[in-house]
Every structure is written in C-alpha cells, then in structure tokens.
Ligand binder design. Structure first.
Ligand code: ZN
Length: 135
C-alpha cells in the first residue's frame, strides 16, 4: 500500500493521476491483480475516464454543477458551505479498481485515472494505492 499527495489549484478540477498510479504499480512485485485507488477525503472523488481531451473533465464538472448547484439551500452549507462537494463526491465515489496485467495497469486506450477536486484548492489531497495479487 502506498500513499501520495496531490496539490489542487482550482475550486473544482479534474487532475490526471494515471502516471503516478502506474509508477507505483510498476514498482510492486505483482504480475496480475487488482489496483485499488482511493482518495481519503469527503469532498473529492476518483474516476476512470478519458484523459486525452481535457474538456471531458470540464464538461463533467459543468454537468455536475447543473445537477447539483452550489448553495441550493443545502442544509450542510450551514456548517462549512460545501454541501455540493460532498454530494458530488458521494455520487462519483471515492475509489476505483483497475485490473493489473503483466505488472501494469490495464486501461483502455482513452482511459485514465482522475482525481476530481470538488472543494479546492487544497494543498494536500491524499491518495492511497493498494495492489492485490491474483494467483
Ligand atoms: Zn463539509
């Protein structure tokens, strides 16, 4: 199990973390298995999606904003004003599982692993990568 940190620079943003995760997986003594990637925060998420066109991430954030607007009378906004981030993080989920084959991540041509910041910017978003071997 390995943890790394990401600094986010915008309030809402998708950040490609595929290379960071791939480097960790390649450094582990696992040939075939499963890679679990989890962000340790309640206002961020992990997704697998296209990382070639950065507008996919922008469109995702716009779609989420339409479905879950900021400050739409959310009860949690009375606490720390970030209810939209919690709801979006819950909808997207905090983790993904990616197959590992021949010691490397098995992703489609257009697939990457993204950290979705929903209440940034934050100096430190922690991501845990666990690789489980499959005999
Ligand atoms: Zn909150």
């Amino acid at each position: 199990m390995t943890t790394f940190t990401i600094t986010t620079t915008q309030h809402k943003q998708c950040i490609d973390i595929t290379d960071r995760v791939r480097k960790i997986v390649r450094g582990m003594p696992v040939t075939n298995g499963l890679c679990h990637v989890m962000v340790l925060h309640a206002t961020a998420a992990i997704i697998v999606n296209e990382n070639d066109d950065p507008n996919i991430g922008v469109d995702l954030l716009r779609a989420l904003d339409r479905a879950i607007p900021d400050h739409a009378n959310w009860l949690h906004d009375q606490v720390d004003n970030n209810a939209q981030a919690h709801i979006k993080a819950a909808a997207l989920g905090p983790s993904e599982i990616i197959p590992v084959r021949d010691g490397d991540l098995l992703l489609g041509t257009w697939q990457g692993i993204m950290l979705v910041e929903l209440d940034g910017p934050r100096t430190e978003r922690r991501v845990v990568v666990s690789v489980l071997p499959i005999p």
